[in-house]
Ligand binder design. Structure first.
Ligand code: GAL
Length: 435
């Protein structure tokens, strides 16, 4: 990491904020796939999502935190299982709760980016074959239509699906997440259904908001992208790294941006060749070092963390340049605005998060200088929360949460991020005080 940190400014109009997901913060809902998974004892540290941050009951307090961070934008998700507790039956009180929350954000000068699917499913969907059943495509479209009919007048920016690749690999190929399947074929089957669901949802949001008189819809996917670098750079390693990228990322990018299904997901353009995104969303965390292994089950790829590299609490390499490389290459390819829909780190002692934020935003500043249209940065995450299979002990928040008392305290990195957002950059004085 660059230790010689200097002041810098982000361009005027650049927007900074944080991102969260409903299941990870809200608590209180038993009608979703993660509640059941936790009940079945799958969470590594034995914790549960049933309380999480109790955000459902603390919306006002948490919006105050967002304000204290000087955020201009906030990415949040909606819990499908609350909004549609039974197939085809929508709960007005649940959607009104979200409407109220969003209205409060807007009144506080914070623009919401709303995600429709972030890793959790209603139990009725889960029990009907989940995303392996192609009925999920129409169900997702119907859910989209209901949500947009209720919120379309106040929400213009949408993420349809968060990280389809991570969701599908963890849930259907590795079996670590619900429903715990272990089949690579199911992974590809789910990929096809999610790609088609995204396209239908994308079209629906535009269509309905246009009918309501709004032409400003911004809809995209939050793609989880990592850098795959060959270990020694041999030809075979490069091939394997490329193939890993294809199977874990490109199938989704090709499908969800222009409707193209590539092998082994499918072929051609079943829903027509189009442009099914208005911004390119990138969730960026780390890079993997790839070498060859004769194991077909692993698609011949051995994945490692770079030797001697700085790592976070979960052992992920901290590699800020990766953010630059990904944004640059996808911008060169698509020439559409980039939203960094997630970027953050697991650091329970808040020992390196401040530097992490500086170093990644410094890459953003370089990207902008090099002509890349990055417009947003959503730090993952606002406050410590239920980190899926890792439970409550993996801490990604710029706000610390005491899970016994649910008390929230802004960390040093949070104070830094707040000042950074206020100044739209880093001043010499901030470097002096924080770094
Ligand atoms: C992303 C995910 C978030 C959060 C984060 C940190 O993959 O979208 O929900 O868990 O990783 O691990």
């Amino acid at each position: 990491m660059d230790k010689d940190r200097k002041p810098f400014s982000l361009p005027e109009g650049f927007m900074l904020g944080t991102a969260t997901a409903s299941l990870q913060i809200e608590g209180g809902d038993k009608n979703n796939s993660w509640y059941r998974w936790a009940e079945q004892g799958h969470i590594k540290d034995g914790t549960h999502c049933i309380v999480a941050d109790d955000h459902w009951n603390r919306v006002d307090e948490d919006i105050q935190l967002v304000k204290q961070l000087n955020s201009k934008v906030y990415r949040m998700s909606l819990e499908w299982s609350r909004i549609e507790p039974h197939k085809g039956q929508f709960d007005k009180a649940a959607i009104d709760h979200y409407r109220d929350e969003i209205q409060k954000l807007i009144s506080a000068g914070i623009k919401p980016l709303v995600t429709l699917h972030h890793f959790s499913n209603p139990l009725w969907l889960e029990d009907s074959g989940s995303w392996l059943n192609e009925e999920a495509i129409d169900s997702f479209e119907a859910y989209t239509a209901y949500v947009v009919s209720q919120l379309g007048d106040i929400v213009s920016e949408w993420v349809t699906i968060n990280e389809p690749n991570i969701y599908l690999i963890m849930s259907y190929a590795f079996g670590h997440w619900p429903p715990g399947k272990k089949s690579i074929l199911d992974y590809f089957k789910g990929a096809k259904n999610m790609i088609l669901a995204h396209i239908k949802s994308y079209k629906k949001i535009h269509e309905l908001r246009k009918e309501m008189g709004y032409e400003d819809s911004m809809v995209g996917v939050a793609f989880h992208l990592r850098v795959y670098d060959p270990k020694k750079g041999t030809a075979i390693e490069k091939l394997v790294a490329k193939n890993t990228e294809r199977l874990s990322q490109e199938i989704f990018v090709a499908g969800m941006t222009e409707g193209k299904l590539i092998f082994p997901v499918g072929s051609g353009y079943p829903m027509g060749k189009g442009k099914y995104f208005d911004f390119f969303g990138i969730n960026y965390y780390t890079r993997d070092i790839i070498s060859f292994t004769p194991d077909l089950g692993k698609a011949f790829a051995k994945t490692e963390v770079k030797e001697d590299a700085p790592i976070n609490d979960l052992g992920w390499e901290i590699y800020p340049e990766g953010l630059y490389r990904l944004c640059k290459s996808y911008y060169d390819r698509f020439k559409l605005p980039i939203f960094i829909t997630e970027n953050g780190t697991c650091d329970s002692r808040d020992a390196f998060r401040t530097e992490y934020i500086y170093d990644h935003l410094y890459q953003v500043k370089k990207l902008v200088e090099d002509g890349v249209d990055v417009q947003r940065y959503y730090h993952w995450t606002l406050m410590d929360n239920f980190e899926w299979i890792e439970g409550l002990s993996a801490r990604f928040g710029v706000v610390e949460v005491n899970f016994d008392t649910l008390e929230r305290t802004i960390r040093k990195s949070g104070r830094f991020y707040s000042e950074l957002s206020e100044n739209n950059g880093v001043t010499a004085d901030m470097i002096e005080r924080y770094l």
